[in-house]
Design a binder for this molecule. Structure first.
Ligand SMILES: NC(=O)c1ccc[n+]([C@@H]2O[C@H](COP(=O)([O-])OP(=O)(O)OC[C@H]3O[C@@H](n4cnc5c(N)ncnc54)[C@H](OP(=O)(O)O)[C@@H]3O)[C@@H](O)[C@H]2O)c1
Length: 276
């Protein structure tokens, strides 16, 4: 099964399907990541906030797979927006993940508690130093991206945002397409919330696939990058087996029509959590 690559605006390529490790306890992360790598995933999405970068790094090393064959994303935690802290923590994440990150993101814009523009300039420095091979943002709204465009040099390679059938985010995704910013869809199955939806179970029945496979396939056909999380081997395998079928235009439209603007996570315009 071949996972397609997406070419980013800096010329680097990223596998369109990866494995997310949010809410995997550090003591389970090495095993979960090794399972994903055994199944065939070559893209891991972690973050300083998840507390398991070290274990992701250990799994990559233990796998015997050359580091350059695995695409690893991490994210700058909310307490580190100060440019000096951003520089230090970008380097820390890189050190834990085999010497560099393939993609390093500002995790949240935190517009009510800090100014992300100087932070982005520190991210640009990490990019120029090769500490982060690509840089991007997460949870940025169009007006945050407009500020980066006006006041900084590098266009983010990606914007990682909450996207699933109950929050289809077509406006922000279109902004990304227009400006060369790839969309990464976090919580792609809404942490399981959408899997009992009647439309999705109907399409699953008709295609002979599971609800999770249908939803992940919908993301893939929309061109977004996804990294479902699971600590269950059979689900890790199931989520990887989505390249041998295609959803019809009618099915795609029916799933997109489920949008109800429902966020499972915080609103980026008001979220202000900074760890102590
Ligand atoms: N940038 C951000 O702010 C942000 C925020 C949230 C998430 N993320 C990223 O996005 C990744 C994915 O999001 P997520 O972890 O929140 O949620 P998700 O991938 O949408 O859903 C994960 C949940 O669904 C279950 N699951 C997985 N595959 C399944 C399947 N085939 N059938 C039924 N249930 C299944 C998992 O259970 P088990 O594990 O028990 O199998 C887990 O409870 C994260 O790991 C992280 O990398 C980023």
């Amino acid at each position: 099964m071949t996972v397609p690559n997406i070419t980013l605006n800096d010329g680097k390529t990223i596998p369109q399907l990866g494995f997310g490790v949010f809410q995997i306890e550090p003591e389970n992360t090495k095993e979960a990541t090794l399972t994903a790598l055994e199944v065939g995933y070559r893209h891991i999405d972690t973050a300083e906030m998840y507390g398991n970068e070290k274990e992701v790094g250990e799994a990559i090393e233990a796998s015997g797979i050359p580091r350059e064959e695995i695409f690893v994303t991490s994210k700058l935690n909310n307490g580190f927006h100060d440019p000096a802290l951003a520089a230090e923590n970008g380097k820390k994440s890189a050190d834990l993940l085999g010497g560099y990150t393939d993609l390093f993101l500002i995790h949240w814009p935190l517009p009510t508690v800090s100014d992300f523009v100087p932070t982005w300039k520190a991210m640009e420095d990490l990019y120029h130093a090769g500490t982060a091979r690509s840089i991007g943002v997460s949870n940025f709204q169009a007006h945050h991206l407009n500020r980066l465009a006006a006041e900084t040099t590098i266009t983010p390679a990606v914007n990682q945002i909450e996207v699933h059938p109950y929050l289809v985010q077509d406006e922000l995704r279109a902004y990304g397409t227009e400006h060369g910013i790839a969309t990464e869809a976090w919580s792609p199955i809404a942490q399981g919330l959408v899997l009992d939806d009647e439309t999705i179970t109907r399409i699953a029945g008709a295609t002979g696939k599971t609800p999770a496979q249908v939803v992940l396939r919908w993301h893939i056909q929309r061109g977004d990058i996804v990294f479902p999380k699971s600590v269950t081997r059979s689900r890790v395998e199931e989520n990887f087996a989505i390249f041998d079928f295609e959803l019809s235009d009618d099915d795609m439209t029916a799933i997109t029509s489920l949008d109800k603007g429902h966020r499972t996570g915080p609103d980026p315009d008001t979220f202000d959590y900074v760890p102590a």
